[in-house]
Design a protein around this ligand. Structure first.
Ligand code: ZN
Length: 845
């Protein structure tokens, strides 16, 4: 049983009790005519695209789902002296779409570093009279350096030049003849680019050199978004040819890669895929260690730290070519340096396709000893944890590389930044707890991205949250499985409150480059929303199945937000449109207030209720100061002979007349009302007010005077008729001492100051009402009690009237009707259920 069904059971029980005592408790007429805000209005047909054969209404790929395929064969050379990459690729594009393609679009992400790129020209700044040192260094660098692809020939398989046009970070290649559905085309392309110094220019790639005094003058090179990559062409967007502005990352087609990386002979290379020529680039001893690592339970050095240090000071000349192959990946990245130590450990997993994954890390001495201790183990832990939520890790390698990039993911390879700090004077290495958690957290996050979006291929250039939000949610789960007190930055409901009440916000459903507060909007808020969806709204059982369904359906396919939303509802069987609307389409926050509680009891008789009211009134009067200070006994106290009826009976007690009236009233009660009056219960009514605007389940902890406690979980649907104020009833024989909303801080409720009622008022008397009699009854008022004989035979059921009296179409007029001969127009007959409902009883159900 999950949380949702338990709270539903609680609701129906109290609804049953309420049903005994309602008839005159219909909602009061609204005083103001504020527009009705339906927080439960469905998104289908309004915000979401119409389902089709490619993406169906259940959120799964449709029966005609298709996606393109692009294979690359690349040869590149890294020139260490000039920090330049030169390369040539043969690209094979297979058109699986039903459309004829006149041209192909490619992403030239390196062009973001051109001085005249949209990204560079639209950088904005503060008006304040200060500038950071890093901003100054960047400006200086751009005077002497400029990035971007330097394109060579683009040719078809016959060597003919293909016309092509560069548009900022995009390029269109015009095909000599349109590419038919099901057909393939190949072309070659040559290019080079000057790598960016990452710590000066920024970006997700580039180099970092260690050339300060006392350091070795060697560099780490990270190659990413480093080749012209085919843009995606999809059923819902056509070409995904939106310029790269620096924030919204990318989506690409799946395909096979065969890449040769020629680098200085003493470099160690990590890359997407599996190494094909270990015999040419590794020593026999290194190859032996690599074999040993496959079954090791702790990381094994393939290149030891000592070997890496030796390589830094004994440079060799010449070059080596490292050959990698990767199948069914949506990108390819690499890292190269002679500074790299390399460790590895095999991770066994329950998968026929991929029973063993090599978890590996590459790092310079500056990253030790943090990286030896935790990088590869964090990679292995990520695989264990994400496999539980999604599917088995789909590739043979999972790598973590230390360098200047704080955190970035590519298929099978990630770049991660955290390092210990080095004391300038003593050279001692220390690290903060923050740095340690930062390393483990970022490795989990970036390796996690190999699932989302590198395998579940969502489009970050449009929707940051689809990979960053989902992945940050899974990162949070993995961190809490690493250590219960892991200092997670994002995922706990309480940590999102400050952002959700802040001024500069846009909804989560906003295009990536237009996001404000990128991290809070794209990462933290969706991650928290999913935590709440799992722990508070759906419960783990329903959430985990639905989330796994989403991951499995879209593994190696390309989902949209609507595919995610629809799958979560379709699989869980819970309407979540209100949740998506509140959390993903609005900037409302959560703040539910407990405005007050009333208590009422059904007293045994009206006589005693009246007496009780008098007693309360009397007790409410302040005592007389004069009486309090008089210490001598009064005459009435001293002398019994002066006392009479008024002195001997309690002034507030029920009178005989009241008792008679009450007994008479009791006589008239129906059976149901008698039952209700005998209940020992108190009826507590709670007023909830939605201050933040976001509708949410109401979770309330009730503390009773006998020391017992109960937490009720009311589904969000409580707000469906009024998303601002609702009153909810709870019936119990126990006396309530205190009520608190969201006691576990699980809903991101922004103001806890309005969540508690600590003094529950005394119970008042609850009046039992009886159904009102029909007032307009002319037959009764005319003392007519028996139907005339002629009416009693009309109308009869058709199958019983075959031989009975003829079925008269026009009944005779009732006895008191005026005798009229003209035909009256027929009245419209109301629909059956409307006609059956007594007036004024709409609120009974
Ligand atoms: Zn990320």
């Amino acid at each position: 049983m999950n949380m949702f069904t338990r709270s539903a059971a609680r609701l129906s029980l109290s609804a049953l009790v309420l049903g005994l005592a309602t008839s005159a408790q219909a909602d009061p007429i609204r005083q103001t005519k504020a527009p009705f805000r339906d927080a439960f209005r469905q998104l289908e047909g309004e915000e979401w695209p119409t389902p089709n054969d490619y993406r169906n209404a259940s959120g799964a790929p449709g029966y005609r789902y298709w996606q393109q395929e692009v294979d690359y064969k690349v040869a590149m050379r890294l020139d260490e002296a000039t920090r330049t990459v030169t390369a040539r690729a043969t690209v094979t594009y297979r058109n699986n779409s039903p459309d004829r393609l006149q041209y192909l679009w490619l992403l030239l992400d390196q062009n973001v570093f051109r001085r005249d790129s949209i990204a560079e020209l639209t950088r904005t700044t503060d008006i304040e009279d200060e500038i950071s040192l890093s901003a100054l260094r960047r400006i200086e660098r751009y005077k002497e350096w400029e990035g971007g692809f330097d394109l060579g020939a683009v040719r078809d398989v016959n060597g003919r030049n293909l016309p092509h046009t560069v548009v900022d970070t995009l390029m269109r290649i015009d095909l000599p003849t349109a590419l038919a559905p099901g057909a393939s085309t190949s072309f070659t392309i040559e290019w080079s680019y000057a790598m960016n110094e990452n710590r000066v220019v920024g970006g997700r790639d580039g180099y970092e050199c260690f050339d300060k005094e006392g350091e070795d003058g060697n560099c780490i090179f990270l190659g990413a978004q480093w080749f012209p990559r085919l843009a995606r062409y999809s059923d819902y967007e056509g070409w995904h040819n939106k310029a790269f502005l620096g924030s919204g990352e990318f989506t690409l087609e799946f395909g096979d890669y065969d890449v040769e990386l020629t680098v200085p002979a003493d470099h160690v290379v990590a890359a997407t895929g599996e190494l094909q020529n270990a015999a040419q680039v590794l020593t026999a001893e290194q190859r032996r260690r690599l074999t040993e690592a496959r079954t090791a339970s702790d990381p094994v050095y393939i290149v030891t730290p000592d070997e890496a240090v030796a390589a830094e000071s004994n440079r060799v000349s010449g070059e080596k070519t490292w050959s990698f192959r990767a199948q069914n990946v949506r990108d390819f990245a690499w890292a190269s340096s002679r500074k790299f130590a390399w460790d590895a450990m095999g991770v066994q997993q329950d998968s026929a396709e991929q029973p063993l994954v090599m978890a590996m890390s590459f790092y310079p001495k500056e990253a030790r000893p943090l990286w030896d201790a935790w990088s590869t183990k964090a990679v292995a832990h990520t695989i264990d944890s994400y496999n539980d939520f999604a599917f088995p890790y789909p590739y043979p390698t999972a790598q973590s590389v230390n360098g200047p990039v704080g955190g970035m993911e590519y298929p099978m390879i990630t770049f991660n930044g955290p390092r210990p700090v080095k004391d300038e004077d003593t050279g001692e290495l220390t690290y903060s707890e923050r740095t340690k958690a930062g390393l483990i957290g970022v490795v989990i996050h970036e390796i996690g991205h190999i699932y989302f979006p590198m395998t579940v291929n969502s489009d970050e250039r449009q929707w940051t949250w689809m990979d960053e939000g989902l992945n940050t949610f899974l990162q949070f789960q993995a961190e809490k499985r690493w250590s219960a007190d892991f200092p997670s930055r994002r995922g706990e409901p309480n940590d999102i409150v400050e952002y959700m009440v802040s001024e500069n916000q846009v909804p989560i459903m906003t295009q990536s480059d237009s996001l404000l507060q990128f991290g809070a909007n794209g990462y933290a808020k969706p991650a928290t929303a999913l935590t709440i969806l799992r722990e508070t709204v759906l419960g783990r059982e329903l959430f985990d199945k639905a989330f796994r369904d989403y991951a499995t359906r879209w593994r190696f396919k390309a989902p949209t937000p609507y595919d995610f939303f629809r799958t979560m509802e379709e699989s869980s069987g819970v309407d979540l449109d209100w949740f998506w609307r509140g959390w993903f389409y609005s900037t409302d926050h959560v703040d539910i207030a407990l405005d007050g509680v009333t208590a009422a009891r059904l007293t045994p008789s009206d006589a005693e209720a009246a007496a009780e009211r008098r007693r309360e009134d009397e007790e409410a009067d302040p005592p007389s100061l004069t009486v309090m200070r008089n210490t001598e006994p009064t005459v009435v106290e001293r002398d019994p002979s002066v006392r009479d009826y008024y002195d001997n009976t309690e002034r507030t007690g029920a009178t005989a007349s009241e008792r008679r009236d009450a007994a008479e009233a009791l006589e008239k009660l129906t059976e149901a009302e008698r039952v209700a009056r005998d209940l020992p219960d108190t009826f507590y009514r709670f007023s909830f007010r939605n201050v933040g605007g976001l509708v949410m389940p109401v979770i309330m902890k009730l503390d009773f005077t006998d020391g017992s406690t109960e937490t009720v979980r009311i589904p969000a649907e409580i707000w469906r008729r009024d998303s601002e104020h609702v009153t909810w009833q709870y019936v119990t024989p126990k006396a309530l001492a205190r009520a608190e909303l969201d006691p576990m801080w699980e809903t991101a409720d922004a103001d806890r100051g309005n969540n508690i009622v600590a003094d529950v008022p005394r119970a008042t008397s609850l009046t039992v009402t009886t159904p009102e009699e029909e007032t307009d009854n002319r037959m009764r008022d005319d003392d007519l009690k028996v139907l005339p004989d002629s009416l009693q035979t009309y109308p009869a059921a058709p199958d019983e009237t075959e031989d009975a009296a003829p079925n008269t179409r026009t009944p005779p007029p009732p006895p008191n009707a005026p005798a009229v001969s003209r035909a009256e127009p027929e009245r419209p007959v109301p629909p059956a259920d409307e006609a059956a409902l007594p007036a004024g009883k709409e609120d009974q159900s």
